[in-house]
Ligand binder design. Structure first.
Ligand SMILES: *Cc1c(COP(=O)(O)O)cnc(C)c1O
Length: 360
């Protein structure tokens, strides 16, 4: 068996130990005689998995007691609608900061449920930076302020937490949650699909401050009503049981590695290695403002784009896949989430170095 080095932006590579554990548990989870896939979500075995996974996520992120952690279905794109359905009714309007393709999508979707104000945007400069905080035009009437903490496609990450006064801050953290320590108390709501940095697709984590529950628009589907799901511990409908179980294994792995401080150090080293090589290269370049570069998704371009196909082909021959940039961005992208080993990033850098030498 040979595994590739998988730079996919998501679903993305998982820790090998997690996959091996899942394989071991496949037919018989801890003597239950069942696969986790076959368990009743209300049986004692799965209830135990759910409780442990929730507790571990709370522990790793230091989630304060006045927040509920929900495990929902639908992914971050569904959350683009579910979030305003639950929150915008408080005042009828919300502020959106647009720092890339994902937050732009979020804003458009929210417009179906209330008035959306564009508080700041970096679209004019091609989404290559975070709009600076002093340029945000926030409205006191907003029910919340939404931004994306890591724009997966552009490779733009917000390395600071915006202060929004009394207006709750909401973040789509799909592609950088668990990559570094986080002060959850600064947020009203955090949401994230699992398949970038936490597990497989199918489960969406929503962390909601208690005072924001109970404001859903009447049209909100019950399965997506935060208050109903909070009251029923994410069990109003059948939760994505197997995805939750794998996420639990990933969280155990993160904890064993030293938790979020260790993840930050690990991710910093990988990102520095790659950006440093790119910055000193004559063939490759990164266009994102230095202070806003993502530690998770490193985008880069070949100066001669005519060599793109050769670059991807050569990478594949060395077992490296999914380096092509998103179709809307072009160029290349290496997604290097928590589960990507430093040695694999070194392998990529070695290959880029060799490619540069043979093509100039
Ligand atoms: C991947 C991603 C999404 C979309 O997630 P889906 O699971 O396809 O709904 C949204 N926002 C960000 C930041 C992402 O990285």
């Amino acid at each position: 068996m040979s595994r590739v080095i998988n730079f996919s932006s998501g679903p993305a590579t998982l820790p090998e130990s997690v996959l091996l554990q899942a394989a071991k548990d496949m037919l018989d989870w801890r003597g239950s005689g069942m696969s986790v896939m076959e368990m009743s979500h209300r049986g004692p075995e799965f209830m135990d998995i759910l409780a442990q996974t929730q507790a571990l996520l709370r522990e790793l992120l230091g989630v304060p007691d006045n927040y509920t952690v929900l495990f929902l279905q639908g992914g971050a794109i569904a959350e683009n609608a579910i979030l305003p359905m639950n929150l915008i009714g408080r005042t009828g309007q919300a502020d959106y900061v647009v720092n890339g393709v994902w937050s732009q999508k979020s804003m458009r979707e929210a417009g179906k449920y209330g008035q959306v104000n564009l508080a700041a945007s970096s679209e004019d400069s091609g989404f290559l930076a975070m709009p600076p905080k002093d340029q945000w035009r926030l409205s006191p009437q907003a029910a919340y302020v939404h931004y994306c903490s890591n724009e997966t496609i552009g490779g733009v990450e917000c390395h600071w937490i915006p202060s929004t006064g009394n207006v709750p801050l909401v973040a789509d953290m799909s592609s950088n949650i668990l990559s570094a320590p986080l002060d959850v108390s600064k947020f009203g709501v955090i949401y994230a699909g699992a398949q970038k940095n936490m597990g497989p697709s199918g489960v969406t984590v929503v962390i909601v401050r208690h005072d924001l529950l109970g404001h859903a628009l009447p049209i909100t589907p019950s399965a997506f009503n935060y208050q109903i799901q909070a009251e029923q511990d994410s069990m109003y409908n059948t939760p994505p049981t197997y995805a939750i179980y794998i996420m639990g294994l990933v969280l155990q792995h993160v904890k064993a590695q030293g938790g979020l401080p260790a993840m930050l150090e690990h991710n910093q080293r990988k990102a520095e290695l790659l950006y440093d090589f790119i910055d000193h290269s004559r063939m490759f370049s990164n266009r994102v403002a230095r202070q806003d570069r993502s530690r998770m998704n490193v985008t880069f371009f070949l100066r001669d784009e005519g060599l793109n196909a050769a670059f991807l082909e050569g990478a594949k021959a060395q077992g490296m896949v999914q380096l092509r940039g998103h179709r809307s961005a072009g160029g290349m992208r290496a997604s290097i989430y928590n589960a990507m080993p430093l040695a694999s990033v070194q392998t990529l850098v070695n290959y880029m170095h060799q490619f540069e030498k043979t093509h100039t």
